[in-house]
Design a binder for this molecule. Structure first.
Ligand code: NAD
Ligand code: TYD
Length: 338
């Protein structure tokens, strides 16, 4: 395969490129990334000289650049997005531009290039929120009910991808996955923010009562799920991907991290809640399990221990990421805690 990976300098995209080059020794990858605040080529320093890997800086909203990058490509894996809910609350416009318009530009270029597969990476957040203490889970038949500018923009992109399948016959697949965690995640998201704050001797900001539930998926498990869908999935289909089979709330995760790091609960700081905060996400991943034999490789505790260890061992990486513009974002987002 010759893959165009969009957003490959971000968290999941970079993990995916490293995973794919290792497990598919005959394939070539072009990484197309704008390098926004979230893009970091340091994530890919171990493969930058690999002859099967090439980086192209570009914006998925700019048609001529996308068309040029698509030359010789047979498979598109689309990660590029504005991805953080809190930033979408501070400013929605870049989310609509990149996530909706950018996806449409990419779909048009993919049609023109006659790619054999367009895989779209989406989120469980398009399904809205579930109540606490119910057995309900999201699955492929759940109606869309996005509630933040981020999830609304991702829902728009999902609809466009399906529209290009039905209207133009573009061979698409979609995965809607839950919250990822693991190496190279930008420390604006809960787990890397908590771990790196604690390593810096700072407290962990917990929104509201902390009794919000997410389904947690280790990034490598996610990469294997995309691999299963790309190599064995059915065109036109959507697959939900999740990591946990039991609910775990944010406070429990933070306490777990405190224990791993030998800290106590005085390091928790309750801060103003996120507006419109979705109470609970849970994903039923029966379809991908039954059809493609995918399941998470390890349990949450094993992956969480490894993740904390990775940030402990990569202080240079996150210290660089947390300098500069990150400080301005942190001051704006967490002003109630400063
Ligand atoms: P990220 O924010 O870490 O990385 C996004 C990448 O996209 C960055 O490298 C950035 O430079 C690039 N990018 C942004 N705008 C661009 C543009 N206009 N043109 C080209 N490149 C652009 O995101 P992530 O956490 O790696 O998420 C990747 C994908 O997975 C996103 O589509 C996101 O919606 C989806 N997703 C993420 C999670 C999660 O927990 N992180 C969960 C479900 C789904
Ligand atoms: P986040 O990592 O931003 O992912 P998402 O909003 O896409 O689920 O947040 C995960 C959960 O953690 C969510 O319930 C919000 C909460 N949270 C905090 O309590 N404090 C924080 O500083 C952050 C970033 C998130």
């Amino acid at each position: 395969m010759r893959l165009l990976v969009t957003g490959g300098a971000g968290f999941i995209g970079a993990n995916f490129i490293l995973y794919w080059l290792k497990h598919h020794p005959d394939d070539e990858i072009v990484n197309f990334d704008k390098l926004t605040y979230a893009g970091n080529l340091e994530n890919l320093s171990s493969v930058e000289k690999n002859p099967r890997y090439r980086f192209v800086q570009g914006d998925i909203c700019v048609s001529k650049d996308v068309v040029a990058a698509m030359d010789g490509i047979d498979t598109v894996v689309h990660f590029a997005a504005e991805s953080h809910v809190d930033r979408s609350i501070l400013e929605a416009a870049p989310f609509i531009t990149t996530n909706v318009t950018g996806t449409q530009v990419l779909l048009d270029a993919s049609l023109k290039a006659k790619v054999k597969r367009f895989h779209h990476v989406s989120t469980d957040e398009v399904f809205g929120a579930l109540p606490l203490n119910t057995p309900d889970k999201f699955n492929e038949a759940t109606a869309y009910d996005p509630r933040s500018p981020y999830s609304a923009s991702k829902a728009g992109s999902d609809h466009l991808v399906r529209a290009y399948f039905h209207t133009f016959g573009l061979p698409v697949t979609i995965t809607n996955c839950s919250n990822n965690y693991g190496p190279f995640q930008f420390p604006e998201k809960l787990i890397p923010l908590a771990v790196t704050n604690l390593l810096e001797g700072r407290k962990v900001p917990v929104y509201g009562d902390g009794k919000y539930v997410r389904d947690w998926l280790y990034v490598d498990d996610h990469c294997r799920a995309i691999d299963a869908v790309l190599t064995r999935g059915r065109v036109g289909e959507t697959y939900c991907v999740g990591g946990l089979t039991e609910d775990v709330d944010n406070l429990t995760i933070i306490k777990n991290i405190l224990t791993i790091m030998g800290k106590d609960e005085s390091q928790i700081e309750y801060v103003t809640d996120r507006p419109g905060h979705d109470r609970r996400y849970a994903v039923d991943w029966t379809k991908i399990n039954k059809e493609l034999g995918w399941k998470p490789e390890n349990d949450f505790q094993t992956w969480l221990n490894l993740t904390v260890a990775w940030y402990r061992d990569h202080e240079d990486w996150w210290k660089r990421v947390k300098s500069g513009a990150y400080k301005e974002y942190y001051a704006k987002q967490y002003k109630s805690a400063l």
